[in-house]
Each structure stands twice: as structure tokens, then as C-alpha cells.
Write a protein of this length. Structure first.
Length: 178
């Protein structure tokens, strides 16, 4: 809201107690002209005639322009504060989502690192040149069983991630339909 928009509305509410007809009379304007000027001012345009009439009215009646300006500053600061708070809340929720994703990724990386270390230990323990499983390609081979298990685990993890993404997409579509 521009200062002149606020000035006119403040005058209507405080000096004229919400009575637009009284405001038009005190400004020295016919009510249809006042209504047209007010509509123009509220749409973002200006009117030198209304500005001058407002200043003359405040001078003539001894009203304080300072009170109006202080009130305007407070209204603007309050609006900015609300907008900043909304942005701050969005920032906080976004950072929380990023942190959660990072924690999940770290846990997954720790799991993969531990599985790799265990695989290396299995190979050191079981996979030697004289290993009876190695030459037979037997399914009883402990490292081979563990590798099959890891393969299954990673496939399940991919399915779970796909399911979460499709569920999130479904929720987004539902919200956008509202």
C-alpha cells in the first residue's frame, strides 16, 4: 500500500470515523468525485487534487500528519515482519528436510561401507586357492550367499525408494488438484 493510499484510508477511518460521505464533505469534494478519486488511488494511481485536499483538511482542522506517518511505518514494519516470518518458517522446514535427507544418506553410506568391509573379511577368510567352494561354484559358499543377500537388500532398497517417490508424487498431485 502506498503512502497516499494509506493516508486516504487512515483519514476515512480515524478522522471521519469510517464515514466516506463525511470525508468527502470535509475534503470539499462531491461524493461521486470522491468515490472516483478513491478508486483511482486504491488502484495505484494518484490524484493531486485529493492530496492537496487532504493536506488542507489536516491544516484547517489541526489534525496531525505525524500520527498518520507513524501509523503507516508501524503497518509497513508489521507487514514486513509477517512476510519475513513466513520466509523464515519455509527456510527452517527446507533445512530440516535437507538435514533428514543427509542423515538418511549417511546411514546408507555407513551400511554400504560396513557391508563392503564384511565382504572383504569373508573373502580373506573363505576365498583361498584351496577353497572347495571356489572351484565348484557352489551355492553353499558363504561369501556368495552374503553377496546374494546384499544384492537382494539393494533391490529392496531401490523398490522402497521408488515407492516413497511415487507416494510423494501422488501427494503433490493431490495438493495441486486442490
Amino acid at each position: 500500500m502506498t503512502l497516499m493510499q494509506y493516508f486516504l484510508e487512515y483519514t476515512i477511518e480515524h478522522a471521519c470515523h469510517g464515514n466516506r460521505s463525511e470525508c468527502a464533505r470535509r475534503l470539499g469534494l462531491e461524493y461521486p468525485d470522491f468515490r472516483r478519486y478513491r478508486k483511482r488511488i486504491l488502484s495505484g494511481c494518484g490524484s493531486h487534487r485529493v492530496n492537496e485536499a487532504l493536506m488542507n483538511m489536516y491544516c484547517r482542522e489541526g489534525l496531525s500528519v505525524d500520527e498518520m506517518i507513524i501509523s503507516y511505518k508501524e503497518a509497513v514494519l508489521q507487514k514486513e515482519s509477517v512476510e519475513e516470518n513466513i520466509c523464515h518458517q519455509k527456510d527452517i522446514s527446507m533445512y530440516a528436510a535437507i538435514d533428514e535427507s543427509m542423515i538418511k544418506a549417511q546411514k546408507t553410506n555407513q551400511l554400504i561401507s560396513s557391508a563392503r568391509s564384511f565382504c572383504e573379511e569373508l573373502e580373506r577368510s573363505f576365498c583361498k586357492d584351496d577353497c572347495r567352494y571356489r572351484w565348484n561354484y557352489s551355492d553353499d559358499c558363504p561369501p556368495r550367499k552374503f553377496f546374494a543377500y546384499l544384492e537382494w537388500l539393494f533391490l529392496e532398497q531401490k523398490k522402497e525408494l521408488k515407492g516413497n517417490h511415487s507416494e510423494e508424487n501422488k501427494q503433490c498431485r493431490e495438493k495441486s488438484d486442490l
